[in-house]
Design a binder for this molecule. Structure first.
Ligand code: GCV
Length: 719
């Protein structure tokens, strides 16, 4: 009897605490768990039957998703019918696929080929909801939006909304190798099982496609930019074609990273010179071969003449020469080239931050119409914070696409909770001033500023074979926010965080608000405990794990942290004004003037642009040294607060996801403390300044931090 009472008490406690079944994160934001009864009742009458054709693969995918989503959320099956029988019908499709929709005569011209509208309407005398696109894909996107309305607890009566993507190419770049390793991957191995493809098509590929389609991602570059040429051999192209088949119903095209020297390596030619007629013919034949297998193949992504990769400069040719030979091969089939501007060379003594601009700006206007130049968000390399890349707005005749890093190479790998929405938003909303005030980076990449129709955004994926796909539940938010911003780069990252939290965890406001606040503050916390006040690249050599501001072990100067912070007895920071490398001058004059003037430079970029004396007075009235220490300490305090926030939310989510997040936050606090202590110990050894009163000394000696070594860091090995 006592046991029974105890059991009942446990059950009651779990019910009161909102206990939920353990979840492993596999479902991502497409969880479709039963809604609270009141909401279910409210929605029930408005979702009673599904009217849609299921004649094409995309229509079938749309039907399956709506049935899966609605039955999960509403707790009952929704019948599929051909006509509207009663109130609550959901009519989905295009004017071409649905006579009911054709009869509505709605103007859908502003939706383009991927947009949708969702409207409450009376159809055949019954209250209904119509989800309409100009294409099946548009209707599929609309279906996902409709499900999101339910998942996030919004009303679904009197609907009249429409949306269409602002960018043409919304692409994930996978840094996956054919041997299963993922460069900078912290979520397991590559999800592409190349060995078993094309015969075995893992169901996970379909779930990957569903997740991407739900946020509007329409392209996937399957392999690493530094991979070999094997992917272009007939055997591997069969495998690529199998993936393309799985993705096609979801509107996702496949792209491949190519190795510029492929004509030599797998083509048997003596050269890969882009102006050589045999090389040109080889690429044309290769493109023809690919399109025979994959008629909607997207195109090529290229990393050339950077970090050891071959490229046109090996033959004295320009990046435009290199891109154009590929573009010419792809053009007859409608393919594009995404040519990366992440180009620097150790042979070039110029400040690394300047090299991409120097190499590409003079080529503006020389690329074929089907080439996009893919530019990382900042001039260095996905640091916790960098100013926007000076190429944005500087190449008006060339479509520039954005490259963001979703995998947290420089931001604590899988375990640190760092929501990247604010990183992306900060860059996208930066004003380049290249065409007057309001020339934001978002307007450069959506084409509106310079009149480009071919536009795009790429995200270096954080996806692997881990059950939760991304190495942690909160890392899923970074995949999500990337997709949502690629759809519309002017959205607010806070709004996106909120919808993600509601779909991924809970609609309970008592949970949503603190979690969104925690996510929004998480990036600034990481900047503070890693690289405050404009510092960059202080991470461990090569693997980029943990602090190593002292490190000068790398063979190449611009891979060494000491290259970036330049701390000496007098001060710290990289002088990028006229008295230094003058990288600031690469920005439009008003921005260059701001960054060149220490008084006007925002303090968050201070040490990126200036070498500043330790006793320099900051806006707070404190010295730079004091502020540096204060920021490092603040970062740790912020993580402590994040832990407290999460502790207070026990019971709102299932135990499995709660516990993993709690444990990862504990790791984050430990590592934030390590960052703080190691950096303060090192910079103090250079500045010779006493620790400001009230700040605890580092836990260990500088020697101790310098002695740590990490031979088996994930995401980095001998590929
Ligand atoms: C794919 C940085 C990363 C590399 C990455 C490179 C790139 O250097 O550390 O792992 O390689 O950027 O974007 O090409």
């Amino acid at each position: 009897m006592r046991a029974c009472i105890a059991f009942a008490v446990i059950l009651l406690t779990m019910a009161c605490a909102g206990w939920a079944r353990a979840e492993d994160g596999y479902d991502l934001w497409l969880r479709y768990r039963p809604l609270p009864p009141a909401q279910m009742k409210l929605y029930g009458g408005r979702a009673s039957q599904l009217v849609l054709a299921a004649d094409t693969p995309t229509q079938r995918a749309t039907r399956d998703e709506l049935q899966r989503g609605l039955s999960g959320l509403l707790g009952r099956d929704i019948p599929l019918t051909q006509t509207v029988l009663h109130d609550g019908a959901i009519v989905v499709g295009t004017a071409a696929s649905s006579p009911l929709i054709a009869r509505l005569h709605w103007d859908t011209r502003n939706l383009g080929s991927e947009g949708y509208l969702i409207r409450s309407a009376v159809i055949d005398g019954h209250a209904a909801t119509a989800i309409v696109g100009n294409s099946d894909i548009g209707a599929l996107y609309g279906a996902f939006r409709f499900l999101r309305l339910l998942q996030t607890g919004q009303h679904i009566d009197r609907l009249d909304l429409h949306d269409a993507p602002h960018l043409t190419l919304r692409v994930l770049d996978h840094w996956d190798y054919l041997n299963g390793q993922v460069e900078r991957g912290y979520a397991g191995a590559s999800i592409w099982d190349w060995w078993k493809l094309p015969d075995w098509r893992d169901p996970r590929y379909t779930d990957y496609a569903r997740a991407n389609a739900s946020i509007g991602i329409n392209g996937s570059v399957l392999n690493d930019v530094a991979g070999g040429a094997t992917i272009l051999t007939p055997t591997y192209l069969q495998k690529v074609a199998a993936l393309a088949d799985v993705f096609r119903p979801y509107g996702i095209r496949v792209y491949l990273s190519i190795r510029f020297s492929a004509p030599i390596e797998i083509g048997g030619l003596k050269t890969a010179d882009p102006l050589d007629p045999q090389v040109r013919a080889w690429w044309r034949a290769k493109a023809d071969e690919i399109y025979r297998l994959i008629p909607d193949f997207g195109g090529f992504l290229v990393k050339a003449n950077s970090e050891g990769q071959p490229g046109p400069a090996d033959y004295g040719r320009t990046h435009a020469d290199g891109a154009n030979v590929l573009a010419d091969a792809l053009a007859p089939h409608g393919g594009v080239v995404m040519w990366r501007a992440f180009v620097y060379s150790q042979a070039n003594p110029e400040d690394r931050a300047k090299q991409a601009y120097d190499a590409f700006k003079p080529l503006d206007g020389q690329f074929r119409a089907n080439v996009l130049v893919q530019v990382k968000n900042g001039p260095i390399d996905f640091q916790p914070r960098e100013p926007f890349h000076p190429l944005f707005g500087a190449m008006p005749k060339t479509p520039l696409m954005m490259e963001f890093e979703i995998t947290k190479e420089y931001l604590g790998f899988a375990t640190h909770l760092v929501y990247l929405g604010p990183v992306y938003e900060e860059v996208l909303s930066s004003d380049t001033m290249t065409h007057g005030k309001g020339s934001t980076v978002a307007k450069v990449i959506d084409g509106s500023l310079e009149g480009h129709r071919l536009t795009g955004m790429a995200g270096d994926a954080n996806i692997g074979t881990d059950r939760d796909w991304c190495g942690s539940d909160f890392n899923q938010a970074n995949w999500y926010v990337f997709g949502r911003l690629a759809w519309n780069p002017s959205q607010s990252s806070r709004t996106i965080a909120e919808e993600w939290v509601r779909m991924t965890f809970s609609n309970d406001d008592a949970f949503v608000k603190p979690v969104v606040d925690m996510m929004m503050g998480s990036r600034e916390a990481a900047v503070d405990y890693m690289t405050p006040l404009g510092l960059v690249h202080l991470m461990g050599p090569g693997h980029h794990y943990g602090p190593a501001p002292w490190d000068a072990s790398e063979a190449e100067a611009d891979w060494r942290p000491v290259y970036y912070h330049r701390a000496d007895k007098q001060g710290i920071g990289f002088d990028r004004t006229r008295s230094g490398s003058d990288a600031a001058a690469q920005y439009a004059p008003p921005v260059a003037a701001q960054f060149s003037d220490i008084q006007q430079t925002p303090e968050r970029f201070l040490l990126y642009f200036h070498h500043v004396p330790w006793d320099y007075r900051m806006r707070s009235g404190q010295t730079l040294w004091y502020e540096l220490v204060a920021h490092y300490a603040q970062g740790v305090e912020d993580v402590k607060r994040m832990r407290e926030t999460w502790r207070g939310l026990h019971g709102y989510v299932d135990e499995q996801r709660y516990q993993q997040t709690a444990s990862f936050l504990a790791i984050q606090e430990k590592e934030a403390q390590w960052w703080r202590d190691a950096c303060i110990a090192y910079f103090q050894s250079i500045s010779g300044q006493p620790l400001p009163p009230g700040y605890a000394p580092p836990e260990h000696s500088l020697k101790y931090y310098q002695s740590l070594s990490f031979p088996y860091v994930p995401g980095f090995s001998s590929w």
